[in-house]
Design a protein around this ligand. Structure first.
Ligand code: COA
Length: 334
């Protein structure tokens, strides 16, 4: 019976941001760019760059963000039935970032795996956990978005290296009979656009081919201009789909928490959706685009800043490599 179905509530949030700040001014001495250009075209003023030596590996950042979310949720790591991590920059090709953090948290009682969906990774991961909870196979889950894109950037390409940054965000979700929580998730992808944003190399290339080439493997390539137009279109349509599905209007949205890729993309989408910028959370000026980490970091900051109240409708919407895109509507539970 539908009313007996469990609902998935977010009961804790956490984030972890690397210490080292790289400002636009700093970037002026790395590539041919200016603070003025980066600020005007993207809204970014600075970003964080992680270092393994500073205990800011993907596993470290994930663990720190997760511990904060777990503490807020008041659950024991032993009670996590699922750990699902959205990332394209795990510390190792395998095992998954999720298994690495499972060990760090001493949370060996459930399943752990990663989801690769570019910047939409967190929303994909959240939807997987939500479906597992609704179907009754899972009671409590940890969902993380983490990225260390600085490790795969081409630091000679001014078109990309100025836009991205590192960080992690996490939520704990739990099954309850109380209505609310994650109302619906809407996920899409279109692989025919994969060349708009991808990493060079990977397992399809033999190690020999890298010898003598003066570039690091996995470097990120992006067609920013085409991506920009695609992003505004896809974000607006998927957000509208989520609103219509739940029979709510954009006036009902307490806070729009979008993927932080470019302030101009965010403003164009908000305008299409008719959500005033006062109800749109942005922190892109501080962190740049942290890919799958951007929504959970923003959600955690908004939550800790007291911008979310129990019962508020929160619209999460994201877009990224794949291409992938998605939206979730959450009735806030904390
Ligand atoms: N500093 C100075 N000039 C730069 C620059 C930089 N960091 N990066 C690019 N430029 C130059 C270009 O070379 C180009 O010069 P040209 O006209 O002489 O060829 C000029 O600026 C305009 O480039 P263009 O790419 O048309 O600018 P834009 O207005 O599209 O802005 C982005 C560029 C990347 C900021 C924008 O396209 C964007 O944000 N796209 C989406 C990116 C994104 O969201 N990616 C992640 C998705 S999850």
């Amino acid at each position: 019976m539908a009313e007996m179905m469990p609902h998935t509530h977010i009961i804790g949030t956490g984030s972890s941001i690397p210490n080292r700040i790289l400002s636009n001014k700093d970037l002026e001495s790395i590539v041919d760019t200016t603070d003025e250009w980066i600020t005007r075209r993207s809204g970014i003023k600075e970003r964080r760059i992680s270092s393994k030596e500073a205990e800011e590996s993907t596993t470290d950042l994930t663990t720190q963000a997760s511990l904060k979310a777990i503490e807020m949720a008041g659950v024991s790591p032993k009670n996590l039935d699922m750990i699902v991590v959205g990332t394209v920059t795990p510390d190792r090709q395998f095992p998954s970032a999720a298994c690495m953090v499972q060990e760090a948290l001493n949370a060996q009682n459930g399943m752990a795996f990663d989801v690769s969906a570019g910047c939409t990774g967190f929303l994909y991961a959240l939807s997987v956990a939500d479906n597992a909870i609704r179907s009754g196979t899972c009671g409590t889950a940890l969902v993380v978005g983490v990225e260390r894109l600085s490790t795969i950037l081409n630091w000679k390409d001014r078109g990309t290296c100025v836009l991205l940054g590192d960080g992690a965000g996490a939520v704990v979700v739990a099954s309850t009979r109380e209505k609310g929580g994650i109302l619906s998730s809407h996920l899409k992808s279109d692989g025919s656009f994969w060349e708009l944003l991808y990493s060079y190399y990977g397992n399809s290339y033999t190690p020999e081919i890298l010898q003598g080439i003066d570039i690091k493997p996995f470097q990120l390539s992006m067609d920013g201009n085409r991506l920009f137009k695609q992003a505004v279109k896809c974000l607006s349509s998927i957000a509208n789909e989520a609103l219509e599905h739940n029979s709510i209007s954009s006036d009902d949205i307490g806070l729009l928490v979008p993927h932080q890729a470019n302030i101009r993309i965010i403003k164009a989408m908000a305008k299409n959706l008719r959500v005033p910028m006062e109800r749109v959370y942005t922190n892109i000026h501080k962190y740049g685009n942290t890919s799958s980490a951007s929504i959970p970091i923003a959600l955690d900051e908004a939550n800790r800043e007291g911008l979310l109240s129990k019962g508020d409708y929160v619209l999460l919407v994201s877009f990224g490599a794949g291409l992938t895109w998605g939206a979730s509507i959450v009735r806030w539970s904390i």
